[in-house]
Design a protein around this ligand. Structure first.
Ligand code: PEP
Length: 294
């Protein structure tokens, strides 16, 4: 049906017809309709969000300053994309200072489960916020696989971060064996299902879908794989929390994303941005920011 025919059908329909048609949709389809009706001027339904996860890099403060100087030059519309750099804890303050007021925010890679007090080595959420570090990662696969972070731990962190007013990139994703075994959606759902009922502010809760087999390996999910999985994640949010929340929640893709694949991946309706490791340690990370923020 052409757009003229759609317009005719819509204008001929009564309000009751329209309400009935929407009521008959599944929650996932309702989410699509809400997203389309609330789409912003940039053509995307939701504001994009891109995070650079520097992990335990770079080796020197000189490189931190060089990267920040490059990122500061990025030309992007702040109403179209949130940009976050998750530097290591020893570099966050320097990165914040070097980025100044260019609009790029700072995130903590491993926020604490605990608050202020006798917790050696931990970074409490309230302390991070007080310093102006407004975002955090929760549940990154390296925290889960290398440091034994459990799904229960991610829920405590989520509650703490929200209470402190932080914005959250909540990481989920399947291993290669799980994808090959056909349990991708079940794994994502098990990592998300405890978190969804805890979310109090859907503008500050971002889901980072990161297939573990694609992180740091150079193997990128195809745009079709990423879109299919992320549509299923959104459908799960619709089933658990309703169509309005599903339409609103931003879902990033992470796993060897780079300037070379940003366009093909971000062209998909359920890919609202990226969480980027290796490619965020290069000056041309700017190209990814600019692609989303134009
Ligand atoms: C990550 O660490 O979250 C990540 C996606 O890394 P990379 O982009 O290097 O795969």
């Amino acid at each position: 049906m052409g757009s003229g025919a759609s317009a005719e059908a819509l204008t001929a329909a009564s309000a009751d017809d329209l309400k009935g048609a929407v009521a008959a949709l599944s929650d996932a389809d309702k989410a699509k309709v809400i997203a389309a009706l609330t789409a912003g001027g940039g053509g995307g339904a939701r504001k994009s969000v891109i995070g650079g996860n520097w992990k335990s890099n770079p080796a020197s403060i000189a490189t931190v300053k060089e990267l920040c100087a490059a990122f500061k030059e990025a030309k992007f519309d702040k109403s179209k994309v949130d940009v976050v750099i998750c530097a290591s804890n020893v570099h966050v303050a320097a990165a914040k200072e070097a980025l100044g007021d260019c609009g790029i925010e700072i995130g903590i890679q491993n926020i604490s489960k605990t608050g202020m007090g006798a917790f050696t080595g931990e970074i409490p959420c309230a302390m991070a916020m007080d310093m102006g570090f407004t975002w955090c990662l929760i549940g990154h696969s390296e925290r889960r696989s290398l440091y034994g972070e459990t799904t229960d731990d991610t829920l405590v962190k989520l509650k703490n971060a929200q209470d402190a007013g932080m914005k959250i990139m909540f990481c989920i994703g399947e291993s290669l064996a799980e994808r090959e075994g056909g349990t991708t959606d079940a794994v994502n759902q098990s990592q998300l299902e405890g978190a969804l009922p805890l979310v109090t502010d859907w503008d500050k809760f971002v889901i980072a879908y990161e297939p573990v087999w694609a992180i740091g390996t150079g193997k990128v999910a195809t745009p079709e794989q990423a879109q299919e999985t992320q549509a299923n994640i959104r459908k799960f949010v619709a089933d658990k929390c309703g169509a309005d929340k599903a339409a609103k929640v931003r879902i990033q893709y992470g796993g060897s994303a780079s300037p070379g694949n940003v366009e093909a991946l971000s062209a998909n309706p359920d890919i609202d941005g990226f969480l980027v490791g290796g490619a965020s340690l290069k000056p041309d990370f700017v190209k990814m920011i600019e692609h989303l923020g134009k």
